[in-house]
Ligand binder design. Structure first.
Ligand code: RTP
Ligand code: MG
Length: 145
């Protein structure tokens, strides 16, 4: 019999400006590598508004959209392409729930993010939510990859 395999996926991980500011970029990469995923692209980016508008196209028009974009421009972002079997779901699981207050301890957000009021967006990391989002986002942040 042939060994059981799952297709290898790629996902886009962002360590958001709060994560970089707090010195958590290495901690995020450590958790990704400890889980067994592979780093295939890493870059520190000062994102411009047009890149963020395309990245967050699904949120344009929501009340948190402009504060979110302003937050994402408040400092450098570590953009990372991560590869592995089921890595899209796997990284979302490592990241935890969007709201850091509610995210389970043991997850990146649960261990490092608190949130209230306008700070809900400061949740350390982003991870693509589907294969379609991953392909779209990787093309935006790593046009050469
Ligand atoms: P992400 O895209 O960053 O991985 O997070 P997510 O899927 O868990 O959350 P999503 O719904 O896609 O929202 C994107 C980011 O917008 C900020 N946010 N603020 N009510 C609010 O103020 C609010 N809701 C969402 C968060 O930074 C969230 O990660
Ligand atoms: Mg999302």
């Amino acid at each position: 019999t042939t060994p059981e395999t799952a297709p290898i996926e790629r996902t886009l991980v962002l360590v958001k400006p709060d994560g970089v500011r707090r010195g958590l970029a290495g901690e995020v990469l450590r958790r990704v590598e400890a889980k067994g995923y592979t780093l295939v692209g890493v870059e520190l980016v000062n994102a411009k508004e047009d890149l963020l508008a395309r990245h967050y196209a699904e949120h344009v028009g929501k009340d948190f959209y402009q504060p979110l974009v302003d937050f994402m421009m408040s400092g450098p972002i570590l953009a990372v392409v991560v590869e592995g079997q089921r890595v899209i779901e796997g990284f979302r699981s490592l990241a935890g729930a969007t709201d850091g207050t509610l995210a389970s301890p043991g997850t990146i957000r649960g261990d490092f993010a608190r949130s209230w009021g306008s700070k809900v967006m400061q949740n350390i990391v982003h991870g693509s939510d589907s294969p379609e989002s991953a392909a779209r986002e990787i093309a935006l942040w790593f046009p050469g990859l």
